[in-house]
Ligand binder design. Structure first.
Ligand code: S3P
Length: 439
């Protein structure tokens, strides 16, 4: 299914208030950890996008009972946890579809099970590197085999006894860290993971809330194996990575003012706010609620004259999924922007450096690609060219292009706009909503 979406230049400001759908990373973890906890886990505000539906389907295939409903307008799941050893062998191959989080975290968890399983994904996911997880999981005693010397999906996992290890990851990746921690839940002794820099910490935070024996010391997380988890109540905050598209829309469209409500503001995800503020963005956090295990706030954004900046890999890590929309903010900023230290972006849902370079150039932005980043020259609002673009099935590229289209001179067609369902179902409705309220 491909759905072409055409967006016209926006001639009025972006205004009003909007709530954002639930956080994708937290929604995945709530199902995965709820599945192997004892008792029920109630997940309110669950993100029902394609990636998260893949996680739900995977656990249902392993016998997990999950009830679905709505509570006060928010999608709510009740996961009837089976305990660490209660899942059963799936009858068929598990398909993680486009979801790297499902594939990598689940592989860690599957290594600890007493049954055989095979996991695969869509065309994009089957090209994404799995060596990074296969290596440490194998050191723990995991028995994994797959394509190209077990570096690509599909991966087949045979039951084995796991033992704890101390592992330093070559890249700062929450998927890698979490995969090892999930295997660590099934390992004899302690497992510790040290990262070169802190990636998003939702797994550690949720494991702690569920009663795991887990400690965090700077960049090292240590977990004890074979300890039960208990089900909890989780209120999923809005996804800051989805809010980022609306934030940039409000910043670039003149005279805009938008309140985005209930957004997760975990410090390991706040990079987008820091970067946009450094570019001169007028962004204020209101109603900050730090209770519960994941903080949230309302974010007020007003149109701003953005300026180009240099962004390092360290600054980008807590905004790793926001690279495509940051390049769009930069395309509307005064002067040049350089992004470096971002080689990981080549192995996301698409090669985001090359795909964004193609789109930006196609819209008339002068843009140079480097092995680990991009540099580009900003243009004035209403001067970018239009056209028809293929976004390589990458949801975040599609949404970034949609925002750029608001400030273009001519209409823009996104040939494969259906991909937004991966992380932000309802994105086009939300964009329409905020664009229609302005005068
Ligand atoms: C995610 C971690 C990040 C991010 C992805 C979601 C997670 O990937 O890009 O969209 O939920 O753990 P890496 O850990 O590979 O950087």
């Amino acid at each position: 299914m491909t759905k072409a979406v055409t967006i016209l230049p926006l001639k009025k400001p972006v205004r009003g208030e909007i709530s954002i759908t639930g956080d994708k990373s937290i929604s995945h973890r709530a199902v995965m950890l709820g599945a192997i906890a004892e008792g029920d886990t109630v997940i309110r505000g669950f993100l029902y996008g394609a990636d998260n539906r893949a996680t739900v389907a995977a656990f249902r295939a392993m016998g997990l009972e999950i009830e679905e409903g709505f509570e006060k307008g928010a999608k709510t799941l009740i996961v009837h946890g089976t305990g660490l050893r209660g899942l059963r062998e799936p009858d068929d191959i598990i398909n993680a579809l486009n979801s790297g989080t499902t594939a990598r975290l689940l592989t860690g968890l599957l290594c600890g099970q007493s049954f055989f399983s095979v996991i695969t994904g869509d065309d994009s996911l089957r090209t994404r590197p799995m060596k990074r997880i296969v290596e440490p999981l194998s050191l723990m005693g995991g028995r994994i085999s797959g394509r190209v010397e077990s570096t690509l999906l599909p991966l087949a996992i045979t039951p084995s006894e796991l033992k704890g290890i101390n592992y330093s990851t070559p890249v700062a990746s929450a998927q890698l860290k979490s995969s090892i921690l999930l295997a660590g839940l099934y390992a004899r002794g302690r497992t510790s993971v040290t990262e070169p820099a802190l990636s998003r910490n939702h797994t550690e935070t949720m494991l702690k809330a569920m009663g795991a024996d887990i400690t965090v010391d700077n960049l090292t997380v240590t977990i004890s194996g074979e300890r039960p988890l208990k089900g909890i109540h989780i209120d999923v905050p809005g996804d800051i990575s989805s809010a980022a598209f609306l934030m940039v829309a409000a910043l670039i469209v003149p005279e805009s003012r938008l309140l985005i409500k209930g957004v997760g503001v975990n410090p390991t995800r706040m990079g987008i706010i820091h970067i946009l503020k450094k570019m001169g963005g007028d962004i204020t956090l209101l109603n900050l609620k730090g209770d519960g295990f994941e903080p949230r706030a309302d974010i007020l954004v007003s149109a701003s004259n953005l300026k180009g900046i240099n962004i390092t890999g360290t600054e980008l890590l807590p905004a790793i999924d926001e690279f495509p929309i940051i390049t769009i903010a930069a395309a509307f900023a005064e002067g040049s922007t350089g992004i470096s230290g971002a080689g990981e972006l080549r192995v996301k849902e698409s090669d985001r450096i090359s795909v964004m370079r193609g789109i930006l150039r196609g819209m008339g932005v002068s843009c140079e690609e480097a092995p680990d980043g991009l540099s580009l020259e900003g243009r004035e609002y209403g001067t970018l060219g239009g056209g028809s673009f293929n976004t390589r099935g990458d949801h975040r590229v599609a949404m970034s292009l949609a925002v750029a289209a608001l400030g273009a001179r001519e209409e823009v067609t996104i040939e494969d706009g259906h991909s937004v369902d991966v992380s932000y179902p309802g994105f086009f409705t939300a964009l329409h909503e905020i664009s229609r309220t302005g005068k």
